[in-house]
Design a protein around this ligand. Sequence first.
Ligand SMILES: Cc1cc2nc3c(=O)[nH]c(=O)nc-3n(C[C@H](O)[C@H](O)[C@H](O)COP(=O)(O)O)c2cc1C
Length: 234
Amino acid sequence: MPDPQFYAAVESRRTVRDFLPDPVPQEALDRALDAARLAPSSSNLQPWEFVVIRDPATRQAANAACLDQAPARTAPLLVALVTHRDTWQRNRDEIVRIFESRGPLRPSQTAYYKKIIPLIYTTGPFGLLGPLKRLASRLISLFKPTPNLMTREDIRIMAHKSTALAAATFMLALRAEGYDSCPMEGFDPWRAKALLDLPRGAEVNMFLAVGKRSETGVWWDRVLMPRAWAVREI
Ligand SMILES: Cc1cc2nc3c(=O)[nH]c(=O)nc-3n(C[C@H](O)[C@H](O)[C@H](O)COP(=O)(O)O)c2cc1C
């Protein structure tokens, strides 16, 4: 049986651009953040970070970085979703550490986390190895299916994909808590990066304005592309 509560959360999620001032309770926020941390990620590397902006001066600067969009201006809470391109080794080590704390690694875990992941993600000094690996995988792919042995740019894309899934999970969890959100890609990426003091390999994936919708919070009726443009069965 389908779960009606799940579909209710999905269907009632809308992009909200005008919020009530009511604060988001910490417990609801924490539950939604912890649900988002369960999102799938490439090789389970969880290349994301949720930056909950509390400091008033930082918030003001973040609103400006979000081009002073209405959702940023009116939301009681602003969260930045950050992607990390360079945390794969640290996170791989943590996965291995946790597996090992539960018992000896299985051969499949050793092969995946100690051999395959380094092969796919290592890009060498200044990322110079990346293009060579990519070319090699393209050539091998002419003869047999092969994974993309990644460049730094590929890892960046991987990190953005996984982080966007965490963002989607977060927005749905907020909905399940009775809260709304607005994902925002309309921001100044350089200012946002400086503001959040992000390291080189990190970027803001999107900002999320969070709170409860006001009466005028949803600006437009929902518009969907024809199903046939979105779904194809072959
Ligand atoms: C990655 C992404 C970036 C977006 N950026 C903005 C934004 O900067 N400002 C905004 O008002 N809405 C933004 N939106 C919201 C979309 O406009 C919205 O999801 C779309 O119009 C569909 O409406 P719905 O979410 O209510 O179904 C963004 C959505 C996504 C997924």
